[in-house]
Design a protein around this ligand. Structure first.
Ligand SMILES: Cc1cc2nc3c(=O)[nH]c(=O)nc-3n(C[C@H](O)[C@H](O)[C@H](O)COP(=O)(O)OP(=O)(O)OC[C@H]3O[C@@H](n4cnc5c(N)ncnc54)[C@H](O)[C@@H]3O)c2cc1C
Length: 435
């Protein structure tokens, strides 16, 4: 269990010992520290470094991008006709611009335009509402038109389809690595294999960060620890909830129909199953058609002991969806991965300053759909660091992601943030300052 300013328990003796040991070592002070170099932390690090901040990025795992958090698996869908709401579109436009900019900077392809089909209700109507509201190019197809255009599909006749040519694939590991690499070129310090154990505010308005290797001070702290969010900020427990999400790659019987040059990424509502599905054409180094269930009601999991083994219950719903809508994609399971969604009750993100400590920015931007937005969200986080928690350019769009009593589940969390601090924490801060 990690400790934060909200729950640290220390004794007077340990405070004295900590103060003595700290006084004997010089603690490096940064403008900002970013905890978690996944999708959003890596992008935030990049922007801060680009703007000349002295910044440190920390990740618990021993590599830039890893297979233990929420960003592995080689592909993430990107799209603009956003069923989650038109408020996302300005951030999506920014992200699309930035995929291209980062491609130019790093001389590699990060975004592959395959087109995206939104199949069935309510996906179709929600995507169309955003497309119309935001004047996005799109086509409404009948099932027959969709089946003709993409012969890998065999949709029942009454199913509506929205096709968006801009949709496609972003490569998550490569995007994260590109952000970190460019941050590093701009002078960021990067440490992997270093777990943040604790953070606490300093009386001078800064933050102290303790890892399993060292201690750092900074003016600002960004916490983008993904599925570990509520371990770093325990007040968020019950609001940002990690859940197990699985995907599998199936061997198509007609592979030529599913190559990414001919088949789009897809969102699919199977009328016979509750939560929708999403998937990818054959792409990259993992062969097969990849499909996952968007588990709104995913079983809650502990990110430190996620069950990564494949079970029949994982693949059965995926197989059923393929059999009914793209039977030639349904074959042997070639590959399987378990990952984590960090869900909020309304599916929007939690991006805000810490209610008690405005020098701390918190970012939980998952709910299963955050990756594509990471270049823009990283930009927003970095701007919040520079401008007292506000990113003017996207202030209107960020309102749905702020802590707010009118959002489901936020009242209890805000009550927790409003509880007075424990006296031990104040003592601890004094000890740190006297060092
Ligand atoms: C199966 C699956 C499919 C998805 N599909 C899509 C999709 O198609 N399109 C899309 O847009 N989004 C998709 N998403 C969502 C997207 O991947 C996530 O929204 C995104 O990865 C969340 O980014 P993050 O930075 O919050 O977390 P992560 O990317 O998980 O990064 C968090 C980082 O914090 C580090 N960390 C945690 N605790 C500590 C600590 N104490 N000290 C140091 N480091 C720490 C972790 O090691 C990790 O690297 C999918 C997610 C899953 C699981």
């Amino acid at each position: 269990m990690l400790r934060s300013a909200g729950c640290t328990l220390v004794t007077a003796a340990s405070i004295g010992a900590a103060a003595r040991s700290l006084s004997s070592e010089a603690i490096t002070r940064y403008d900002a520290i970013v905890v978690g170099l996944g999708a959003h932390g890596s992008a935030c690090l990049y922007h801060l470094a680009r703007w000349g901040c002295k910044v440190l990025g920390l990740d618990r795992f021993n590599s830039i991008s890893n297979t233990r958090a929420s960003h592995h698996g080689q592909t993430r869908i990107t799209r603009m006709a956003y069923k989650e709401g038109p408020e996302y579109v300005p951030l999506l436009r920014k992200s699309f611009e930035m995929y291209r900019a980062l491609e130019r900077e790093t001389q590699q392809k990060l975004y592959w335009q395959t087109g995206c089909v939104n199949i069935g209700e309510p996906l179709f109507s929600a995507a169309r509402a955003t497309a119309v509201d935001q004047h996005l190019p799109h086509e409404v197809l009948t099932a027959r038109q969709a089946n003709d255009r993409f012969p890998g599909l065999q949709l029942p006749p009454h199913v509506p389809v929205l096709y968006e040519a801009a949709g496609g694939i972003v490569e998550p590991e490569k995007l994260i690595q590109a952000h970190v690499l460019r941050a590093w070129y701009h002078g960021a310090h990067v440490k992997t294999g270093e777990t943040v154990l604790d953070w606490s505010p300093l009386p001078d308005g800064g933050v102290r960060v303790t890892t399993d290797c060292s201690t750092y001070h900074a003016d600002k702290l960004v916490i983008s620890s993904g599925a570990w969010m509520d371990q770093m900020v325990p007040e968020l427990k019950g609001l940002t909830v990690p859940g197990r999400a699985t995907v599998a790659w199936f061997q198509p019987s007609a592979p030529q129909l599913f190559h990414h040059s001919r088949f789009p990424v897809f969102l699919l509502q199977d009328e016979q199953q509750g939560d929708p599905f999403y998937g990818f054409p054959e792409f990259g180094r993992f062969p097969g058609v990849k499909i996952g269930k968007f588990c709104v009601s995913a079983p809650q999991c502990d990110p430190d002991s996620l069950d990564r083994a494949m079970a029949v219950e994982d693949t059965e719903p995926l197989e059923a969806a393929l059999r009914r809508h793209m039977p030639k994609a349904h074959g042997e399971v070639l590959n399987f991965a378990a990952c984590m969604f960090t869900m909020t009750p309304d599916g929007h993100f939690v991006i805000d300053t810490h209610p008690r400590h405005p020098q701390v920015v918190i970012c939980s931007a998952c709910s299963g759909h955050g990756f594509k937005l990471s270049p823009a969200i990283g930009y927003v986080l970095a701007d919040m660091v520079r401008h007292e928690g506000v990113c003017k350019e996207f202030d209107a769009q960020m309102q749905i992601h702020r802590l707010n009593r009118s959002r489901p589940g936020h009242g209890a969390v805000l009550d927790r943030f409003e509880q007075p601090q424990q006296p031990q924490q104040q003592q601890q801060q004094q000890a740190v300052v006297s060092s």
